[in-house]
Design a binder for this molecule. Structure first.
Ligand SMILES: Cc1cc2nc3c(=O)[nH]c(=O)nc-3n(C[C@H](O)[C@H](O)[C@H](O)COP(=O)(O)OP(=O)(O)OC[C@H]3O[C@@H](n4cnc5c(N)ncnc54)[C@H](O)[C@@H]3O)c2cc1C
Length: 305
C-alpha cells in the first residue's frame, strides 16, 4: 500500500502554511501558460481548483464523468460552511474554529491543514459571495449564520438548504469564464481509469470516453485528483452511488478503498456494520466496525448511546 505524504511544511503550527506560501518559489507569469495541469473532478474542489489555476494563467484540462460539470455531487450539500468571522460577536476566532474542527475530527486530523482551513475560512465566504452565491442574510442585509454541530458559536453561513448547489453554480460560472477564455479545456463524459506516474511524479491520466468508448491518454506537468468520496461502499448514505474515488486509490498506489465521508450514522450491510461519524470528515479515516455476530442496527445504536 502506498504511503500518503501530505508534505506539511516545518515551523510553528499557526505559521506552517503561511510561511510556506510566503517563501515557496514562484512561477514566472510568462512560463505559466506552458505548464499543463490536469484536474479530475468538477465538484466544489475540482471546479474551484480548475478555475483558480486557469485564472492564474496555467493551461488546465478538467475532467468529469457527468455530462456537465455542474452535476457533481457537491450539488447535494445542504447545511452550510463554517467560518470564523465572528459576526455575532459571540467570541469566535480562528483558533476556536481550529479547535472545534480538531475535536470534531476525534483528534485524528492533520493539525496544520486544519489550522489552514480555519485561517482561510473567512476568505472562502467572501470568495463565494463575490462569485454571486446568495448566502442567507438577516434583516439588516448582513450575512446570516446558524449554529451547527453543538458548538457554542453561530458560524455557519448557508444558502437555505441548498448551500452546495449555490456554491457549485458559483464555481461553475467561474469555470465557464475560464473555459471561454481558453485557459481551461473541459472534458465531460470521461472516466479516469488510471494515473500515469513517471519517476514518482503524476504526469497524466488514462480515461475512457463514455460516448465513444475509446480509451484516451492525457499528459500534463501535474495532476490534481478532486474526485469526491467513494459512495458505493456505504450502501445507505447521503452520497450518490456513482460518486467514486477509485482513481484516488490509484493515486495512493493502492486499490483498496479508503475514503472518508460524512454523517453520523450507522450503516448496516450484511453482517457488517460501517460506522461513520460526521466529525471524521477531515481525517480521511473510515471506521469499519465488524460485527461477527451480525448485530442488529438497533443493538449497535443502543450500544453507542
Ligand atoms: C447530502 C449532503 C449534505 C452535505 N452537507 C454539507 C454541509 O452542510 N457542509 C459541508 O461542508 N459539506 C457538506 N457535504 C459534503 C460536501 O458536499 C462534499 O464533501 C463536497 O461537496 C465534495 O466535493 P468534491 O469536489 O470533493 O466532490 P464531488 O462534488 O463529488 O465531485 C467529484 C467529481 O469527480 C468526478 N469524478 C469522480 N470519479 C471520476 C472518474 N473516475 N473520472 C472522471 N471524473 C471523476 C465527478 O465527475 C465529479 O465531477 C454534504 C454532502 C452531502 C452528500
Amino acid at each position: 500500500m502506498g504511503k500518503l505524504n501530505s508534505k506539511i511544511p516545518d515551523g510553528p503550527l499557526a505559521q506552517k502554511w503561511t510561511k510556506y506560501k510566503a517563501s515557496v518559489k514562484l512561477v514566472n507569469p510568462a512560463n505559466k501558460k506552458k505548464l499543463e495541469v490536469i484536474v479530475v473532478g468538477t465538484g466544489l474542489s475540482g471546479a474551484g481548483a480548475a478555475s483558480a489555476l486557469g485564472e492564474l494563467g496555467y493551461s488546465v484540462k478538467n475532467f468529469c464523468y457527468q455530462d456537465s460539470p455542474r452535476r457533481a455531487h457537491s450539488v447535494a450539500a445542504q447545511g452550510g460552511i463554517n467560518a470564523a468571522k465572528n459576526y455575532q460577536n459571540d467570541g469566535d476566532s480562528t483558533y476556536r474554529l481550529f479547535y472545534d474542527m480538531i475535536k470534531g475530527g476525534d483528534y485524528r486530523a492533520r493539525e496544520a491543514n486544519v489550522y489552514r482551513a480555519a485561517e482561510v475560512s473567512n476568505q472562502v465566504i467572501d470568495h463565494f459571495t463575490a462569485l454571486g452565491v446568495p448566502f442567507a442574510r438577516d434583516y439588516g442585509g448582513t450575512l446570516d449564520t446558524r449554529s451547527f454541530g453543538g458548538v457554542q458559536v453561530s458560524r455557519t453561513f448557508y444558502a437555505k438548504g441548498q448551500t452546495g448547489q449555490q456554491c457549485l453554480l458559483g464555481c461553475y460560472s467561474s469555470l465557464n469564464r475560464q473555459i471561454k477564455k481558453g485557459n481551461v479545456k473541459m472534458f465531460p463524459r470521461r472516466e479516469m481509469l488510471d494515473l500515469v506516474v513517471i519517476d514518482g511524479k503524476a504526469r497524466g491520466i488514462i480515461t475512457r470516453n463514455l460516448i465513444t468508448g475509446e480509451i484516451e491518454r492525457h499528459g500534463a506537468h501535474a495532476v490534481v485528483l478532486a474526485t469526491g468520496g467513494y459512495g458505493t461502499i456505504y450502501y445507505m448514505s447521503t452520497l450518490a452511488v456513482n460518486s467514486n474515488a477509485f482513481e484516488m486509490t490509484e493515486g495512493y498506489g493502492s486499490r483498496r478503498q479508503k475514503e472518508i465521508r460524512v454523517r453520523q450514522m450507522i450503516f448496516p450491510r450484511r453482517s457488517e456494520i460501517i460506522f461513520l461519524k460526521e466529525d471524521i470528515r477531515h481525517s480521511e479515516i473510515l471506521f469499519r466496525v465488524m460485527s461477527p455476530q451480525g448485530l442488529s442496527r438497533s443493538a449497535v445504536m443502543q450500544a453507542m448511546v
